[in-house]
Write a protein that binds this ligand. Structure first.
Ligand code: GLU
Length: 434
């Protein structure tokens, strides 16, 4: 082992990792837990974790399969690959064979492997989920941020993509599209997807469509862009969001036939790194992807609670002059507090990081700065995950609503209390600043 002259380890950190902090979503979660341990009341709107329990039939299946102890095939349990392929055919009309499905320990790991085995630039709209860019950085890939517009709710347009690609039309690129989106909560129309697909085809882009929140589209009408660019789209999903199973770590990629070589290369990498995804989890996941009435009901309830809650919170913020797009799926809002810019500056708050630090310190509400999602540091945006409530009891309460009862504000104040209170405290804090 190498020691320097002071007899300390001669630490040589890989330069691609050196200086990188831990992922913002996980840091805020641990920071909130630490403050709670110290006795502070903290509202946890930082980490994007489903508030709902894993559906009962899926838990039962996990129990039954706790004995499964053998290593499974690198690409995934054959019956799970089959179930995932069937699910996508049933749900989205995208009918690939089970051979085109790759299972991994979370879609995050699959994304990392894809970036590792493919040699192109990474194109991501700003704002985008916190981990896409750092993954590229760790690997040494070039990241290109695609600029979007606030008045378009920060959604990527076909024109913006075209603008980026046209100067070097043959350059190899992966573009990540994510909708319903993390961090904004918005989605795309069929027409918008078709236009983006058209540009992706024109420039032969590898389109990684991160549709992990697809089942949480509030109207149950998520459309996969795979329909319009089947030959170049890799569809990313998993159990974490719609099935409330983030900690189970199970992700899925579906490849078009033309990109099977990427699947095979990722399997080589998987075989030399994690070997295979947890066996009991994969057996239980088969049940999740098979669906059925209980799971449909579960999804229906989850969507209804999230929709009503998201819209209520957006309205509360809007009433305080905060710009915030209405969410269409998932559990995120992306408010822009720039109405308060001058007053905030008087308090020394000129960046989103400072804004979130102060909010946590003074109002006890944890949210993540827009800067973590690739927004300019001095833009006063942030991501708010409206998940701090007991999802199991909220779902049970929905079950007991009878015809004349509504899932109204009173319901949300009772059954999603910590989250509603948190937004109330944000509003109060903003009023004090004025
Ligand atoms: N996707 C979730 C989020 O954006 C948490 C999981 C993660 O970042 O690894 O908060």
């Amino acid at each position: 082992m190498a020691y320097n002259k002071n007899n300390n380890f001669n630490i040589q950190l890989n330069l691609k990792v050196r200086g990188l902090p831990q992922s913002a979503t996980l840091v805020i979660n641990e920071k909130s837990a630490e403050l709670i341990k110290q006795g502070r009341q903290i509202y946890k709107l930082g980490l994007g974790q489903s508030p709902f329990p894993v559906p009962r039939p899926v838990i039962d299946e996990l129990k039954v399969n706790a004995f499964q102890k053998d290593y499974l095939p690198v690409k995934g349990l054959p019956s799970l690959r089959e179930a995932v392929a069937e699910y996508h055919c049933r749900r989205h009309g995208i009918c690939h064979s089970a051979e085109n499905v790759l299972i991994g320990p979370g879609s995050k790991e699959l994304m990392f492997m894809l970036q590792y085995v493919y040699y192109g630039d990474l194109l991501i709209p700003t704002p985008s989920w916190v981990s896409y860019a750092p993954q590229a950085k760790i690997i040494g890939r070039n990241v290109e941020w695609l600029q979007t517009k606030k008045e378009n709710f920060w959604r990527l347009t076909a024109e913006e993509l075209e603008e980026h690609c046209k100067d070097d039309p043959t350059r190899p690129r992966i573009v990540i599209l994510n909708y319903p989106s993390n961090p904004v909560g918005v989605t795309y129309t069929q027409d918008e997807l078709k236009k983006i697909a058209h540009v992706a085809r024109k420039y032969k882009l590898v389109l990684l469509s991160d549709e992990i929140y697809g089942e949480l589209h509030y109207k149950g009408k998520h459309i996969s862009i795979c329909r319009y660019y089947p030959e170049g789209t890799i569809l990313s999903g998993g159990l974490s969001k719609w099935c409330g199973a983030g900690g189970w770590r199970l992700g899925t990629f579906i490849f078009p036939h033309s990109l099977r070589w990427l699947l095979d290369s990722m399997a080589v990498m998987a075989s030399e790194t994690f070997t295979a995804t947890s066996a009991p989890i994969q057996y239980a996941a088969v049940r999740a992807f098979q669906g059925g009435d209980t799971i449909e009901k579960y999804l229906w309830n989850a969507r209804m609670i999230l929709e009503k809650l998201g819209l209520l919170l957006a309205k509360k913020l809007k009433d305080e002059n905060v710009f915030v797009p209405k969410p269409a799926g998932g559990f995120y809002l992306f408010p822009d507090f720039s109405y308060y810019r001058e007053k905030l500056a008087e308090k020394g708050i000129t960046t989103s990081v400072k804004f979130c630090d102060k909010l946590l310190e003074e109002a006890g509400v944890a949210i993540l700065p827009g800067a973590s999602f690739g927004r300019p540091v001095d833009e006063l945006t942030a991501r708010l995950s409206f998940v701090d409530f007991d999802g199991a009891s909220a779902m049970e309460a929905v079950e007991h609503l009878n015809g004349k009862d509504e899932l109204d504000e009173e319901f949300l104040e009772t059954h999603c209390a910590p989250t509603v209170k948190a937004v109330h405290f944000i509003c109060e804090w903003l009023r004090l600043i004025q």
